[in-house]
Design a protein around this ligand. Structure first.
Ligand code: CAA
Length: 378
């Protein structure tokens, strides 16, 4: 059992209780309706959970990255869709925390930390997924205003967020050094929400396009300097990948807990199937993988709190390993339950559908391998 500071232990206990008592009973319905759970957002807001990714002055924890990971793991254990509310808030705020001026932080962080406003992160485009630098969205400075044109897609929380960190090309000839970051508000002229996606899992977390048509962004909303956007995006992902790993650990734990409970209750061949060595070996393998993934994830979170130069490497490793574990363990949870596991009356099939995205977003696991290999070979 990992030991954290009393502050972190208290946060985890609070979120666990809230997850078990309030979020878990809503999870199947959130998945079924595919609607953003405003009630859960308001619950997190009332409990002060949105402050967790922010500095202590805004109500956050000293070890804020570990804190986000622990909270996201606990929520994902009962409802991955709901865990994205906090995860995307942390992701969207990180570029501001990393590169914002004091004036930008003073303006944007308090309403995000209180949960009054939601934020999101706009990097991906139809032609720029794994190859994030291939983006086509442009930003052109005219007087004191940047004019953005283009389209971002697969943007988590796009339809519910108020504030976005958006990456756009200010000088295509400079490649990654021609990418610039901006803080964009949903009410800026020329900002539109496009197509809303229908998804296999995380169905209560809205994913949509953002369309920029001569979108006017005041110069003061430039984040960092022109040309620093790609590094800001990559650093943000380094801090956020441990959070995806936590989400994966949470849903993997859910799969394991389900399989253990089911195997003790299900009677075949004259006794509970938990007495069968074939089932016991499956449960043991699932448990060992969950524990290993959790250990690596907490290590990555600790490195994020230390701003360690090793973060990029270990964060990619944690995301890779934990998401693969989540996929295997949730698939095995269905196998343990046989035909019942395949039915929507049981939660295991939702766990598997929700686990799948953790192998894909914030960089596919092939991209994580690329990040790891580049670090090894440099
Ligand atoms: N920190 C700081 N700088 C970094 C960096 C990091 N982690 N990684 C790269 N850089 C710098 C490099 O040092 C380099 O700078 P110099 O030119 O000064 O040396 C510059 O950035 C370009 O780096 P690369 O040559 O490595 O760039 P690349 O084009 O080969 O791309 C990549 C690298 C790792 C493949 C990157 O494109 C990538 O991470 N792709 C995946 C994109 C991704 O994860 N998208 C997720 C979308 S958000 C999401 O999914 C959220 C959600 O819905 C919940």
């Amino acid at each position: 059992m990992w030991k954290f500071t009393p502050e972190l232990e208290m946060l985890r206990d609070t979120v666990r209780k809230m997850a078990n008592e309030v979020i878990a009973p809503r999870a199947a319905e959130i998945d079924l309706t595919g609607e953003f759970p405003w009630d859960i957002k308001e619950l997190l807001q009332r409990q002060g959970i949105f402050s967790v990714p922010f500095p202590e002055s805004l109500g956050g924890c000293e070890q804020k990255h570990t804190a986000v990971c622990l909270a996201v793991e606990e929520i994902a254990r009962v409802c991955v869709s709901s865990s994205l509310i906090l995860q995307v808030q942390a992701l969207g705020a990180t570029p501001i925390l990393l590169a914002g001026t004091e004036a930008q932080k003073d303006k944007y962080c308090p309403p995000l930390a209180s949960g009054e406003k939601l934020c999101a992160f706009g990097l991906t485009e139809p032609g720029a997924g794994s190859d994030a630098a291939a983006m086509a969205t442009t930003a052109e400075l005219r007087g004191d205003t940047y004019i953005l044109n283009g389209l971002k897609h697969f943007i988590s929380n796009a339809t519910v967020a108020d504030v976005f960190c958006i990456f756009a090309m200010t000088d295509r000839s400079k490649g990654t050094k021609g990418i610039t970051a901006f803080i964009v508000e949903k009410d800026f002229p020329g900002f539109h929400i496009g197509r809303v996606e229908k998804k296999m899992g995380i169905r209560g977390s809205p994913t949509a396009e953002i369309v920029f048509e001569d979108c006017r962004v005041p110069r003061e909303n430039l984040l960092g300097r022109e040309g620093e956007g790609f590094k800001i995006a990559m650093k943000t992902l380094d801090y956020s990948r441990p959070v995806i790993a936590s989400q994966a650990v949470g849903v993997a734990q859910a799969g394991l807990d389900f399989a253990v409970k089911y195997s003790k209750e299900r009677v075949q061949f004259g006794g509970p199937i938990a007495q069968l060595q074939g089932i016991q070996f499956m449960l043991a393998d699932m448990a060992a993988q969950v524990e290993a993934a959790r250990a690596l994830t907490y290590h990555a979170a600790a490195l994020a709190d230390e701003d360690s130069p090793q973060l990029s490497y270990i964060a990619a490793a944690a995301k890779l390993m934990a998401s693969d574990v989540a996929m295997r363990v949730t698939t095995d949870a269905i196998q343990v339950a046989g035909g019942y596991g395949y039915m929507v009356d049981f939660p295991a099939e939702r766990y598997m559908r929700d686990a799948k995205i953790t192998q894909i977003y914030e960089g596919t696991n092939q991209i994580q391998r690329l990040v790891i290999a580049r670090q090894l070979l440099k």
